[in-house]
Design a protein around this ligand. Structure first.
Ligand SMILES: Cc1cc2nc3c(=O)[nH]c(=O)nc-3n(C[C@H](O)[C@H](O)[C@H](O)COP(=O)(O)OP(=O)(O)OC[C@H]3O[C@@H](n4cnc5c(N)ncnc54)[C@H](O)[C@@H]3O)c2cc1C
Length: 284
């Protein structure tokens, strides 16, 4: 019997487990063999404090100091830049304003990303206070905190049935049965599946797929300190990762929740979109 059962071991579930276990008995149930297996382990890992919905921005604001300082911090400097062609001025201004970027000269932009082709790129804007998040370390920090508070974390536990009887949750997995007074639904893309199982109203969560490709760069460039950069329509973005560039066509395709992988056709479409919009912006 636990005070709280948390379903889902992504960043939402493990951070809740770490904090709630300081004064409650907590059990976290995760379907996969490791925490952070799904979205939390596959993100572009960028931290922009004032990006997203009002709730997200509030959470960012309240988390920022923790992310920056606790356990030596999990943030590192990255910066964010928007690049645009001559005929994209309106979209460039809108996008730069909404992301809080300031217009800079092309020579300043080339200091951030030296392979910008200034025969094609006519506008650039930039802000410095955008960071990379070390998501693996963030998850490990919360896992450590949860373990120190004696929370139980059970991987390889698929929640298959939920009942609410006599003010008590009964949660069945494929290999066990657990009880608690409070149930936390942190199942990410599966959040409405869990709500359905628990017989509570769905929130209407819309799971969407977003792909990424890793591309090599012309030799002789050290990408480590390049900014995160994107087009003005937010239909592609790129950032350095382990000596290469990761590029996303930033698609938001509605899908059933699943173990996402890059499908050949979708990746090919994505790379073609990237090539038509980005390749000309950069010197090959
Ligand atoms: C390509 C991509 C790029 C992104 N880039 C960024 C970015 O730059 N910056 C940013 O802030 N965010 C980014 N995000 C978003 C971010 O990754 C997610 O918002 C975050 O990871 C969601 O965490 P979560 O814990 O809610 O979900 P998840 O990490 O998906 O965790 C949910 C967990 O619930 C488990 N679960 C589901 N059903 C069951 C069940 N029946 N029984 C047991 N366990 C179950 C799943 O196995 C999963 O591990 C990106 C996402 C993607 C996909």
């Amino acid at each position: 019997m636990f005070d709280i059962i948390i379903i889902g071991g992504g960043i939402a579930g493990i951070s809740a487990a770490a904090r709630l276990s300081s004064n409650s008995s907590v059990l976290l149930l995760e379907r996969e063999s490791a925490l952070g297996y799904h979205a939390s382990g596959r993100s572009a890992a960028s931290c922009i404090r004032d990006y997203g919905s009002e709730i997200t921005r509030d959470l960012n604001e309240h988390s920022f100091e923790y992310l920056r300082t606790e356990n030596n911090g999990v943030l590192s400097d990255r910066g964010l830049m928007v690049l645009a062609k001559k005929d994209q001025r309106d979209a460039f201004v809108t996008s730069s304003d909404s992301l809080g970027l300031t217009e800079i000269s092309l020579s300043e932009a080339k200091i951030q990303v030296p392979i910008i082709n200034n025969k094609i790129v006519k506008y650039a804007s930039y802000r410095k206070d955008v960071y990379d998040l070390d998501t693996a370390r963030l998850i490990q920090n919360f896992e450590k905190e949860a373990n120190l508070n004696n929370a139980q974390i059970k991987n390889n536990s698929v929640v298959v049935r939920i009942e609410y009887l006599n003010s008590m949750w009964r949660v069945l997995t494929d290999n066990g049965e657990y009880h608690s007074t409070i149930l936390v639904n942190a199942a990410g893309a599966w959040v409405d599946h869990i709500s359905n199982m628990a017989g509570i109203e769905k929130i209407g969560f819309l799971p969407m797929r977003r792909s990424m490709a890793r591309i090599p760069l012309p030799s002789g460039f050290d990408v480590a300190n390049w900014a995160f950069f994107s087009g003005p329509m937010e239909n592609w973005y790129a950032k350095p990762d382990a000596g290469q560039l990761i590029v996303s066509p930033a698609e938001e395709d509605l899908v059933e929740p699943h173990d996402a992988w890059a499908e050949d056709l979708i990746l090919a479409e994505g790379i073609s979109r990237y090539q038509s919009s980005l390749q000309h912006l950069l010197i090959k």
